[in-house]
Design a protein around this ligand. Structure first.
Ligand code: BES
Ligand code: MN
Ligand code: MN
Length: 465
């Protein structure tokens, strides 16, 4: 062979990446067929199968020390490759293999656990959140190991099966494993970018408080003809209480709710204003008839940098076909708050309960039960790894990423950052219209393949950061 025809490692890698696309898609589809719904106990065995599938795939990709760690809940999957040599940094890649329930299933255009390709999109529950995005990094490692036999950096994978239920097992596992998980930086692809051609680095995620409000009235359900008008209806009382949780300017009316909230600085407002996302995009992606929210803030600020209170569900009394003239004994609401830096997630439940008790009429009793809480995550922008992340996106997409804050939550992220003392790079490649948690979740495949390249580019950039 003429020396000029000897393929360099890069052309090797390029050829590999092009020829591997169909097997990467097949692999991911296999994984997506396993209904790993963490919140439904009837899927416990499926969640375990999804963990085992990932562990096998990691072995095949050349990762080592692959472990499926049993927990009180769903397994944690760990693996690593630690041969990058002296001085090479270590990247901890976090993701989750559990998925959300599929209901309402009748609104799916193809079955949620039969991955289906339509145009550029692969439709399946978990395609974007988070199996597809996590899988891209396994594929990135596999590509480098297959073509060059090594990685530029050390890599550790930490993948859980309980992110969608608040990560109880990982909260218990992490504190004792800080040595094993020690790394220089954590990479999480579980967020989205702005559009197929505009990458975005997330430097803040909101925290969360979630709980349930219960209103109790009469000691049992009553005939609404015999008692209506003389007994306060718990559904009506609950509706009145919920209606007082916001004021007319869209602010949360619970006293103390904003006490610890860090106001946006002028320079951050200017920076966030550069994110090309506004009312038009919001209306398009949500299908809502009009924009709503806290006066004085843009939609990017409202979503990423302001706290909120949402009523996620309300029930009580009779909701079946036809009608039943009844006054229910109790009424319920599921409520959640998104929190911003410095808000104490543990304080929200008591604060809400105190307010509701104070405004509740003496005709009913109200109580609040906390189900989950975690503080907001803030990532430092001035670390060299952040520059490496930006360069990696630029290399693959050809454009500089924008920096923004996102409204969703990854409860364990703050614990990872604080217990390991490392910054997190939130480098997603999902899209805002991926239908996360909703019918017809999908993954934009061109971005999936770009995600694999971003993973590779990041490993390469981190050695020069
Ligand atoms: N991947 C999401 C978080 C996310 C979504 C971040 C969109 C940024 C943009 C994650 O899987 C998720 O859904 N988290 C839950 C956590 C909750 C169950 C405690 C959330 O945000 O509702
Ligand atoms: Mn996720
Ligand atoms: Mn999710």
């Amino acid at each position: 062979m003429n020396p000029s025809q000897v393929p360099t490692p890069d052309t090797n890698l390029e050829a590999y990446l092009q020829s591997a696309q169909s097997s990467q898609l097949e692999d991911l589809s296999d994984w997506l067929r396993i209904p790993s719904v963490s919140t439904l106990s009837r899927h416990t065995a499926d969640v375990e199968r999804a963990a085992a599938w990932l562990a096998r795939k990691m072995e095949a990709a050349g990762l080592q020390n692959v472990e499926t760690v049993p927990t009180d809940g769903h397994p944690i999957v760990y693996s690593d490759w630690l041969h990058a040599g002296d001085g090479a940094p270590t990247v901890l890649i976090y993701g989750h293999y559990d998925v959300q329930p599929v209901d309402p299933e009748e609104l799916w255009n193809s079955p949620p656990f039969e991955p289906t390709l339509r145009g550029d999109n692969l439709f399946a529950r978990g395609a974007s959140d988070d199996k597809g995005q996590l899988f891209a990094h396994v594929a990135a490692v596999e590509a480098l190991l297959a073509t060059s036999g090594s990685l530029p950096v050390n890599v550790k994978f930490l993948v859980e099966g309980e992110e969608e239920v608040g990560s109880p097992a990982l909260y218990a596992y992490l504190p004792a494993q800080t040595k094993k998980l020690s790394a220089d930086v954590c990479l999480i692809s579980d967020t989205h970018i702005l559009s197929p051609d505009q990458p975005m680095i997330i430097y803040g995620l909101r925290g969360v408080w979630a709980g349930e409000i219960t209103v109790n009235g009469p000691s049992q359900d009553l005939h609404s003809g015999m008692f209506g008008g003389a007994v306060h209806n718990p559904n009506q009382a609950l509706a009145a209480l919920l209606a007082q949780l916001h004021d007319s300017s869209g602010r949360v009316a619970v006293p103390g709710f904003y006490d610890e909230v860090q106001e946006l600085t002028e320079s951050e407002r200017i920076a966030l204003a550069k994110v090309p996302y506004g009312d038009v995009e919001l209306l398009q992606e949500s299908g809502a008839p009009a924009v709503w929210g806290e006066e004085g803030y843009t939609v990017t600020e409202r979503i990423g940098a302001r706290p909120t209170l949402e009523i996620n569900g309300m029930w009580g009394g009779f909701i079946d076909d036809g009608f039943k003239t009844v006054i229910p004994a109790e009424a319920h609401a599921k409520v959640s708050c998104r929190l911003v830096p410095d808000q104490h997630s543990s304080a929200i439940g008591p604060m809400l309960e105190q307010f509701l008790k104070q405004i509740a009429p003496p005709t009913v009793e109200v109580s609040v039960n906390t189900l989950q809480h975690a503080p907001a995550t803030v990532v430092p922008l001035d670390v060299p790894e952040m520059q490496a992340a930006a360069r990696a996106y630029k290399t693959v997409f050809g454009v500089e990423p924008v920096f923004s804050r996102e409204g969703g939550s990854i409860p364990i992220a703050t614990v990872v950052q604080e217990s390991l003392g490392i910054p997190i790079l939130f480098m997603g490649f999902g899209l805002p219209d991926d239908n996360l948690h909703a019918p017809n979740e999908k993954l934009h495949l061109p971005n999936f393949y770009r995600g694999i390249r971003v993973g590779i580019a990041l490993m390469q950039e981190l050695i020069s950061s």
